[in-house]
Design a binder for this molecule. Structure first.
Ligand SMILES: CCCCCCCC(=O)SCCNC(=O)CCNC(=O)[C@H](O)C(C)(C)COP(=O)(O)OP(=O)(O)OC[C@H]1O[C@@H](n2cnc3c(N)ncnc32)[C@H](O)[C@@H]1OP(=O)(O)O
Length: 194
C-alpha cells in the first residue's frame, strides 16, 4: 500500500511541548560515538547493525544502516524486525543525544513501504516531535541509498524518561558504571531527574 493510502493517526497523539535541545547536546556536524560498545544497534558487535549517526541541522539526527547478508529475512531482503531495531536505535540515539534525558522505548511502530535489499544503506532522518512530562515522542524516515532516496520505512516511537536506577536495577551495574564514565556521558551533562 502506498504511504498516502495508509491511515494517518495524529502524531504526537497527545498535547506536547516543543522539545528543548539540551545546551550541552552535540552540535550539527558531530559524529556520534557508539553509546555502548556491546549495543547491537551501534556497537562493535559481530553481525550487529553497525549504525553510525551524525547530528544534522534543525534537530535532525542522520543515521546510516548498511544492510548486509547477516540482516536478511526473505532471501536478499532485510528482516523487518531488524529494520525496526535500526529505527529503535536511531530514535533512541536522537532522544538521548539531543535532550540528554535517559529514556527507554515504551512503544515503537513501523510502516514498511518498500523492500530494503541487502547491499543498500538505509539513511534514517530522526527528530524529536514533542515532550509531555516523561513521555518523549520521536519519529524517523528511512531513505534508500541516499538522504533523499525513496522512503522505505517510517517509524514513530514513544520514549519514557527513566532514572539511572532503571539500568542499575534491571541491567548490568558494572557495565553501566563504565558506560557513564565516558566523557561524553558525564552525569552532570544530563538531565537525570525524570
Ligand atoms: C542513547 C541510547 C540509545 C538507546 C536506543 C535503544 C532504546 C531501547 O531499546 S530501550 C529497551 C526497550 N525498552 C524497555 O526495555 C522498556 C521496558 N519498559 C519499562 O521499563 C517500563 O514499562 C517503562 C519505564 C517504559 C514505563 O514504566 P513506568 O516508569 O512505570 O511508567 P508508566 O507510568 O507505566 O508510564 C509513563 C507514562 O508513559 C505511558 N506509556 C508507557 N508505555 C506506553 C505505551 N506502550 N503506549 C502508550 N503509553 C505508554 C503511560 O501511560 C504513562 O503515561 P501518563 O504519565 O500520561 O500516565
Amino acid at each position: 500500500m502506498s504511504d498516502e493510502r495508509r491511515p494517518a493517526n495524529p502524531w504526537p497523539p497527545v498535547e506536547t511541548q516543543r522539545p528543548e535541545i539540551h545546551p550541552k547536546a552535540p552540535g550539527p556536524g558531530t559524529d556520534l560515538e557508539m553509546h555502548y560498545t556491546e549495543c547491537f544497534g551501534c556497537g562493535d558487535v559481530d553481525n550487529g547493525l553497525h549504525i553510525h549517526s551524525t547530528v544534522g541541522e534543525s534537530g535532525v539526527v542522520h543515521s546510516r544502516f548498511p544492510v548486509t547478508r547477516a540482516h536478511q529475512g526473505a532471501p536478499g531482503l532485510a528482516h523487518g524486525g531488524l529494520l525496526a531495531c535500526a529505527f529503535d536505535e536511531a530514535l533512541g540515539s536522537t532522544v538521548g543525544n539531543l535532550l540528554r534525558r535517559p529514556a527507554v522505548t515504551g512503544k515503537l511502530e513501523t510502516d514498511f513501504l518498500r523492500p530494503v535489499p541487502v547491499g543498500t544503506t538505509l539513511f534514517i532522518a530522526a527528530r524529536v516531535d514533542g515532550v509531555a512530562g516523561r513521555k518523549i515522542y520521536a519519529s524517523a524516515d528511512g531513505h534508500l541509498n541516499s538522504a533523499d532516496g525513496p522512503v522505505a520505512v517510517r517509524a514513530r516511537g514513544l520514549f519514557i524518561q527513566v532514572g539511572l536506577e532503571h539500568f542499575t536495577t534491571h541491567g548490568d551495574a558494572d557495565a553501566l558504571a563504565k558506560f557513564t564514565q565516558a566523557p561524553r556521558l558525564r552525569h552532570d551533562d544530563w538531565d537525570i531527574n525524570p
